[in-house]
Design a protein around this ligand. Structure first.
Ligand SMILES: NC(=O)c1ccc[n+]([C@@H]2O[C@H](COP(=O)([O-])OP(=O)(O)OC[C@H]3O[C@@H](n4cnc5c(N)ncnc54)[C@H](O)[C@@H]3O)[C@@H](O)[C@H]2O)c1
Length: 280
């Protein structure tokens, strides 16, 4: 018996990167998974690859009618909903605060924050009625400190971490858990998308970034091994299943230790440089 046998899950933004990896692992563990996203050809192809327990439903998470229809479709098809993964998100904008475009800021909030809230709202209703369910939101190390992403993205991810806590204390009485996972740097297409590369080209280029990832995390992450989408998926699976049954309102950082601080080797090197300068 697999850990997700008989379970039904929705994963938003499942046509690429971390979302695709989460959907793949949930299917491998026995769940029925509805992959939600805006890109129909990619979504349908992904669902076909994952087999008969996977299907695609076209959804823009910032649109309430779409999210309500997604949850309604899942319930009609399977009669229950056990796991909701609010993963969809875009890259945000690196403009200086003094130049920030309000429309850009509000669009980022709409996708990340409102999109997550809508997932919680519509999945939470069904889960509350069945008195069980696990909702998992995608936070980020960039939501815990400045300087890891654009201003809008960092603010949105910080809001998602608080949304997770607030929704957890709200839905707890109905037996519904709400948690988040916060990756650090994971080489996916999101970075090239942020640089203006078209989505399908950006997703295809993720492997190139993955090849460079080991050198990019050196001196930055305390654990100098690059996080992969599969690492994030493993934490989501753990929170989705019985192992996490008494865990709610929490965040798991999957970031090689970045949110704990910088590698102490950097500090030692600075101390050695200072010692050398003072002694010469
Ligand atoms: N890659 C990282 O380093 C990293 C780090 C921390 C958090 N995250 C978060 O992980 C999640 C997945 O990102 P990823 O790195 O896999 O990037 P990705 O670009 O591969 O995946 C994001 C997916 O969300 C979809 N999406 C965007 N806007 C949408 C909308 N309005 N409705 C439906 N789908 C939408 C995209 O089409 C894409 O398929 C995001 O929430 C991201 O912020 C990523």
């Amino acid at each position: 018996m697999k850990s997700m046998d008989q379970k039904v899950a929705i994963v938003t933004g499942a046509t690429s990167g971390i979302g695709a990896s989460i959907a793949e692992l949930l299917v491998a563990e026995g769940a029925h998974v509805v992959l939600a996203g805006r890109r129909e050809p990619e979504g349908t192809e992904m669902a076909t690859l994952l087999g008969e327990r996977a299907g695609f439903f076209r959804t823009d998470v910032s649109n309430e009618e779409d999210v309500a229809a997604l949850v309604g479709h899942t319930f009609e098809r399977y009669g229950r909903l056990d796991v909701m993964v609010n993963n969809a998100g875009g890259p945000g904008d690196m403009s200086p605060a003094t130049e920030y475009n309000l429309d850009t800021f509000e669009r980022t909030m709409a996708v990340h924050v409102s999109g997550t809230l809508l997932g919680i709202k519509h999945a939470g209703r069904k889960m509350a009625a069945q008195a069980s369910g696990s909702i998992i939101n995608l936070g980020s190390a960039a939501g815990k400190a400045g300087g890891w992403a654009g201003l809008d993205y960092s603010v949105a991810k910080a809001a998602i971490l608080q949304l997770t806590r607030s929704a957890a204390v709200d839905l707890g009485e109905h037996g519904v858990r709400v948690n988040s996972v916060s990756p650090g740097f994971v080489p996916t297409g999101i970075f090239a998308k942020g640089a203006g590369v078209p989505p399908s080209t950006a997703d295809a280029a993720a492997a190139l970034l993955g090849a460079k990832a080991p050198s990019l995390v050196q001196g930055v992450q305390p654990l100098a091994t690059a996080v992969t989408p599969a690492d994030v998926a493993a934490a989501v699976l753990w929170l989705a299943g019985d192992a996490g049954r008494l865990i709610t309102g929490q965040d798991i950082g999957i970031d090689g230790g970045v949110s704990a601080g910088r590698p102490v080797t950097a500090l030692r090197a600075e101390r050695d440089r200072l010692r050398h300068a003072l002694s010469s």
